[in-house]
Every structure is written in C-alpha cells, then in structure tokens.
Design a binder for this molecule. Structure first.
Ligand code: SAM
Length: 333
C-alpha cells in the first residue's frame, strides 16, 4: 500500500513533476571520448558496487509506482554489460511505463537491433560527433565509424523512430562539420541533436570553451531557414527545428548557455546505486545500501521521495565546472 505522499508521486519543492528516470547500467565504456573521459586518475568502481540487474528492476518498479513513466537506459556503454537485452526485456514488462529508450555509442548496436525491436524499444539515441572516420578515431580512440554508421542505417531500415544522432559540438574538432551533419536530415529521417559540451573535467573540456547553440545555429542556418517544430508533451530539453522538406529534424541542446531547469522532469540512477537529481550537481542519494539491507518497497519509495524533495531548483554550472569528481561516463549523460 502506498502512503498518501507516495500516491501523489514525485513532485519536487518547485512543483516539477518527475516522471523520467535515466538509468546507467554500467560505468564501463568501449570508447574513450576526449570530452567524456576524465583527465585525472579515476577510482575503479568495484564489481560489487554496481547494481545487479534484479536490483535495478526493483528500483525501476518502485519508481514507476511513484509516477515514473519514461525510462532511458544508458551507461557507460549499455551494450558492454552482458545480458543488456535480457534486462531490457524485463524492464519493458514493468506495467505503467509508456516509453523505454536507449542511449548508445552504436558500436555493438547492430547485432542487437532485431531483439530491441521485438522487445518494443523504438527510440534510440546514438552518439556520433563526426562523419569523418579518421576524426571519429581521434575523438573516441577507436576506429569504428563504419560500424556506427551501419548501425544507424540498419536502425532506420528496421523502423526505429526516432533515431537521434547526438553530436557534442567541439570547438576546433567538429565545428567544421556542423553543416554536413545538419545536411543529413535532408536525406535521412534522423534527428541530429547538437549538444553544447558540458564541463565534465576531461582534458578537452578544461582547455576549450564550449561551442554555443547560437553559434551552431548561425552556421547551420546558412544552409536554409530553420523552421521551429512544435514541442510535444514528452519532449526533452532539445529545441526542435527542421529544414523545409527535410526528412529529419535538428535539435539544439543548450546545456550550457540556457539552462532548462524549470522544465526538468528527470532523475538519474547511477550504475553504483545512487539517485542523482541534477546532472550538474554533485549531490547524490545512496539507495543501494537500503536496498541491500532489505528495505521494503515503501522504504525505497521514501528514499526516492526524499531525494526528489531535495532536487535543486537549478544547476550551478560554474561551481560544477572545476570538479574532478564528475564523470559523465558513470552518471550516464
Ligand atoms: N555510451 C553511450 C553513448 O555514447 O551514447 C551512453 C553514455 S554517454 C555518457 C551519453 C551522452 O553523453 C552521449 O551522447 C555523449 O556524447 C554525451 N556526453 C558525454 N560527455 C559530454 C560532455 N562533456 N558534454 C556534453 N555531452 C556529453
């Protein structure tokens, strides 16, 4: 039985309804993206510290009872964790969910596409910052552009929709390719989303100023006018546009230049079992210890509610900027 406050769901102190949970299932990744990998030495997270699939499923089910309707599975790289598809299948059986999506670098995606489709997953975010295979190797440390590109084309062919391509805009690295990436939307029904690079304490982010959405927009508007796309109820933070007669869309994610905290409906569950209510805040709530000590669903719900009650009104990107503690790879983006 849920208590009255549990029945009201996840509403924070600023009356934001939290219905979106992003779950990082691993902090391991098969890429070493230069804007993501931390510059300093990183403490290894032990195997036992990582939530087991059954533990994540239980927490997700408690979240859904509290009003979570959308889940995104991310990492690290979700497909480097064994049994990812089996886990997704179980996740998809949780009643009350309207949407499960996945963020992946696409390297291991191709082989899993038919099963993902069978499970009912339709929404894929695939990270790809360049169309140049050599540059891809330079950014990620791995020569695998073709594999990712083929996975994108296969996903479209199978019928996944939307297929979003996440591009972190990187001064001096892919700033000469923004138009080529935007041009993809004329031919392919993909959503190309340009993300302002956030200060996650990597070697690259410490040395570079972010390329801002307005600069990105200026560049791609030289192709053709960008027509705004009407926002839909479940839209994330991207401002959506399209070129006339294009098959796909353009998204601009102003993570740095214009925060979207007042509309934030998200929670994150880190791979090591902590609830994070703000991507750009170091504050987290441990839920794993209670879970492993035999907490009831009601007690776990209480931990979710307390974390949400403490969700910051808005992030403070400047105090966050300098911290070496922040690792996108473990938070999950
Ligand atoms: N491995 C998966 C992938 O590559 O999509 C999921 C995890 S990755 C951390 C999630 C997203 O975060 C990716 O789209 C990645 O480009 C983005 N990301 C990582 N570091 C970032 C940064 N410093 N600023 C903006 N986005 C970043």
């Amino acid at each position: 039985m849920l208590t009255t406050s549990e029945q009201k769901g996840l509403i924070d102190a600023y009356q934001r309804h939290i219905n979106y949970l992003r779950i990082s299932i691993t902090d391991h990744c098969n890429l070493q993206c230069l804007y993501c990998v931390p510059s300093g030495a990183v403490q290894k997270v032990s195997h036992e510290s990582i939530l087991r699939y059954e533990e994540i499923l239980r927490l997700a089910a408690v979240g859904v009872q509290l009003g979570i309707t959308k889940l995104r599975v991310t990492g690290g790289e979700p497909f480097v964790r064994k049994g990812c598809c089996g886990f997704l299948e179980k996740l998809s059986r949780i009643k009350g969910l309207s949407d499960i999506s996945l963020t992946t670098n696409g390297i291991l995606l191709q082989q899993h596409l038919p099963r993902l489709y069978e499970i009912g997953i339709r929404r894929l975010n695939i990270s790809l910052d360049t169309l140049d295979p050599d540059k891809y190797s330079k950014i990620t440390g791995v020569n695998a552009f073709d594999r990712v590109w083929e996975a994108i084309l296969s996903a479209l062919e199978i019928g996944f929709s939307p297929v979003k391509i996440n591009v972190v805009a990187l001064n001096g690295i892919n700033d000469d390719e923004l138009k080529a990436l935007a041009n993809l939307t004329f031919k392919l029904p993909v959503h190309v989303r340009f993300i302002e690079q956030m200060p996650f304490g990597s070697r690259y982010t410490q040395n570079q100023s972010a390329l801002l959405a307005r600069q990105i927009r200026q560049q791609i508007e030289t192709i053709a006018p960008l027509l705004p796309v009407t926002r839909q109820e479940n839209d994330g933070p991207a401002r959506r546009f399209r070129f006339e007669d294009a098959a796909g869309e353009i998204g601009l994610i102003t993570a740095v230049s214009r925060h979207f905290c007042s509309e934030c409906n998200r929670l994150r569950l880190t791979a090591d079992g902590r609830i994070r209510t703000c991507l750009l805040s170091n504050k987290t709530t441990d839920i794993k210890t209670a879970l492993r000590n035999g907490a009831t669903d009601e007690e776990l719900a209480g931990i979710f509610l307390a974390a949400v009650a403490d969700k910051p009104r808005q992030h403070n990107i400047d105090s966050f900027r300098s911290s070496e503690l922040n690792r996108m790879v473990s938070i999950g983006g």
